[in-house]
Ligand binder design. Structure first.
Ligand code: F6R
Length: 250
């Protein structure tokens, strides 16, 4: 079931998403959060940092599990997802470092690391809220279009389109990691609430396909149609195709 949190700009829409998370953390200060990186959650995290600074919420008892990490990048690499999380959230709020978790991109044995992360997800517990972005090709986490939905954490080969999209953060194409470790679709769907953030014209087509098209592993985000409580946070640009085809639903 989809609930729409829409506003004209990314900033305003992110505020609605932040209010959802703030409300959740006020009610449950021991919440488990599933977190995403990328450009979509930046304003959302900034709002959570502000709410923490203002004393409205605390992360002292919060636990977090991130969706993914690039294979080959150590946490101190400035394009690693661990680095991103420290820069944009962890170092700016009162979360305890031992309560934050990401897959290790530098593990020697990737299969063992995927198994370790799967076990860790079970141990940490069901996320109360899972934050997601959506790739231009419909990926969630780094679950790329495929023949089946990957159930559990796995090492994935990134598609050309994802490598191209990610290259904006690297000085050359050669430096862009070609693999990542990603939570599986089954693990993502365990969350009690899911928050999908989509902003800008580049996401308009795929957002419509994911929410209203066929449920298929060719469009991994389409699996969200089967989840109970999904919040779609989008700006006017990302909502354009949905509104064009389905009217003013939000
Ligand atoms: C990031 C992740 C990815 C991104 C997606 C959108 O942890 O799992 O699925 O959410 O690639 O990226 P942005 O937000 O940069 O457009």
């Amino acid at each position: 079931m989809f609930h729409f949190l829409c506003a004209s700009t990314k900033k305003e829409a992110s505020r609605l998403a932040a209010d959802l998370a703030i409300d959740l953390l006020k009610k449950n200060p021991e919440a488990v959060l599933g977190l995403a990186t990328g450009s979509s959650p930046l304003d959302f995290y900034a709002d959570l940092v502000e709410a923490n600074k203002a004393g409205q919420i605390s992360f002292k008892k919060v636990k977090s599990v991130n969706l993914d990490e690039y294979v080959g990048l150590a946490p101190d690499h400035d394009q690693s997802y661990a680095y991103f999380m420290h820069e944009n959230l962890f170092d700016k709020v009162d979360i305890l470092p031992e309560n934050t978790h990401l897959p290790s991109g530098t593990a020697k044995d990737l299969d063992a690391e995927c198994r370790r992360y799967h076990e860790l997800l079970l141990e940490v517990g069901t996320p109360d809220l899972q934050v997601l972005g959506i790739g231009n090709n419909g990926h969630i986490g780094f679950n790329e279009p495929a023949d089946v939905f990957p159930e559990n954490t796995s090492a994935v080969t990134l598609t050309e389109s994802t490598i191209r999209a990610n290259s904006r953060f690297f000085s050359s194409m050669d430096e862009v990691p070609k693999m990542a470790i990603s939570m599986g679709v089954g693990e993502i769907l365990r969350a009690k609430k899911i928050l999908l953030l989509a902003f800008g014209t580049a996401k308009a087509e795929i957002l419509e396909k994911a929410l209203f098209g066929e449920v298929t592993p060719r469009v991994p985000a389409s699996i969200l149609q089967t989840a109970d409580e999904v919040y779609i946070c989008a700006d006017d640009e990302a909502m354009a195709v949905i509104r064009e085809k389905h009217g003013a639903i939000a």
